[in-house]
Design a binder for this molecule. Structure first.
Ligand SMILES: Cc1ncc(COP(=O)(O)O)c(C=O)c1O
Length: 458
């Protein structure tokens, strides 16, 4: 570990003793001391006391500008007034029915008028949305296999937990990536049904179609791969996938759990001008409450109507989440708010670029819609294999340096990215940039000194 990182970690530990103590307590009963593996990091995670707007406070009373925003699920920001008002009203009129109600068609209309789908069903998490989308695609095509991209994350069901973060000894040739289970407990049969391709490489997709003629039900992908920082589809890639899917009668599933709300009004299909057969939505559509949806053509959804594919869930369309979702679509994800976030994003990205250039840091800034990331690479990454070359200690230096200056610049983990909420202000961005301006020179110096050593490790 380089001394500047050690220095930032020392400051972190001095600032957050109550989080250290709380984490110790959690560890006694909860694996890793956290409720989701993604929340665990060394030396211990920050424990939150409360949040409001663009900021949160930890147990020790430190305040942070929040660009983590629950792993990107809060484009609304914390406690958005319109969402809170809608939810508070619902809290007194029944929180669960397990029976239909009027907000269902209202939200379905909102989704179908904004995204290119004819029919939707609701759930509570992104995992559910992608799981049901994959099952529907299998049912609609009568085929079992799907194609996913190495490094892509689509939640925690068996079909999604393949080649999420495979290690170099296991992952094979980049032109023919191996199928690697994402941990123990994923059945071999599930892995065998997930064909793995390389993002931004249509030849690997064509290879999978050739090797599995008439057997591929769907291609599932995030249109912008956001499990490796922020990796943009190169020109022609999404269109190429669309054409291959049409040719092979395979369904194209856009996992828009992140991009759906945050890329812009109409999500990735509008942004890139490519129409998938199915979309999966979650995270930011709920405005801070658990809400997910999957949508597709009526002809595919008819399989549910005909009781041929089963979909259910006790928590589906619970009125609190639905009220939050309606308020989010109508009063948060508005064209005016997208313009506000775009303006802040431009300011943040331009500011980062200037500081990167001034400091001599070898890095670039990736951004799309409300999301962005400092990418510590000499040139743009195109896929998962490019991403794994990151200098993780250097990234930790950046993250802890920012956190110690009151800016949670993104969730912990170098595979994540920042989110700008509709409640962030120009002043928040100024503070974010001021913190980065302080951190960047030390980061650049450490990068130069570590350069040779890190190349040797990789
Ligand atoms: C692209 C994508 N798909 C699916 C999921 C799973 O969503 P959830 O955590 O709500 O199950 C995530 C979560 O990070 C995601 O980023």
């Amino acid at each position: 570990m380089h001394p500047e990182l050690q220095h930032e970690l020392d400051i972190f530990e001095r600032r957050t003793p109550k989080s250290a103590e709380a984490h110790k307590k959690n560890l006694k009963r909860i694996p890793l001391g956290v409720a989701s593996n993604y929340r665990a990091y060394d030396p211990y995670p920050i424990f939150v006391e409360e949040a409001q707007g663009s900021r949160f406070r930890d147990l020790d009373g430190n305040e942070y500008i929040d660009h983590n925003l629950c792993f990107g699920a809060l484009m609304a920001g914390h406690c958005h007034p319109a969402v809170m008002k809608a939810v508070e009203k619902r809290l007194h009129t029944g929180t669960m029915f397990g029976m239909p109600h009027n907000m269902e068609w209202e939200l379905a209309e909102e989704i179908c008028s904004r995204f290119r789908v004819e029919s939707v069903r609701f759930g509570s998490s992104g995992t559910e949305a992608t799981m049901h989308a994959v099952r529907l695609a299998r049912a609609a095509t009568g085929r079992d296999k799907i194609i996913k991209f190495e490094g892509g994350y689509h939640g925690l069901h068996d079909s999604a937990l393949v080649s999420v973060k495979p290690h170099a000894p296991d992952f094979g040739d980049v032109h023919d990536p191996a199928q690697v289970p994402g941990g123990l407990g994923v059945p071999k049969a599930a892995v065998a049904n997930v064909q793995v391709a390389t993002f931004n490489d249509l030849a690997t997709v064509e290879l999978r179609f050739k090797q599995n003629p008439g057997e591929i039900a769907a291609i599932i992908l995030e249109p912008i791969m956001m499990n490796v920082g922020l990796c943009m589809p190169q020109p022609g890639f999404l269109k190429g996938l669309r054409e291959l899917c049409t040719k092979h009668r395979t369904l194209l599933i856009f996992d828009e759990v992140k991009t759906g709300a945050k890329l812009g009004w109409g999500g990735a299909s509008e942004y890139f001008g490519v129409t998938p057969d199915m979309i999966c939505l979650a995270k930011s559509i709920g405005g801070g409450f658990p809400l997910a949806a999957f949508g597709t053509h009526r002809s595919v959804m008819d399989l549910i109507s005909q009781h041929k594919v089963f979909h259910g869930g006790t928590y589906n369309t619970n009125p609190v989440s639905m009220a939050a979702g309606l308020a989010t679509f109508r009063e948060v994800l508005t064209r005016d708010n997208y313009a506000h976030v775009d303006k802040l994003s431009k300011k943040l990205v331009d500011g980062y670029k200037k500081i990167v250039a001034k400091s001599g840091l070898q890095a670039y800034v990736a951004s799309a819609g409300a999301n962005g990331a400092l990418m510590l690479y000499p040139k743009e990454i195109l896929n998962y294999r490019d991403w794994i070359t990151v200098d993780t200690d250097l990234w930790r230096h950046y993250w802890f340096g920012m956190v110690n200056r009151g800016v949670m610049c993104q969730p912990y983990w170098w595979d994540e990215q920042w989110t700008i909420s509709v409640q962030h202000t120009e002043a928040d961005i100024d503070k974010h940039l001021a913190a980065f301006d302080e951190v960047a020179p030390g980061l650049a110096k450490a990068q130069q000194e570590r350069g040779a050593a890190v190349v040797a490790v990789h």
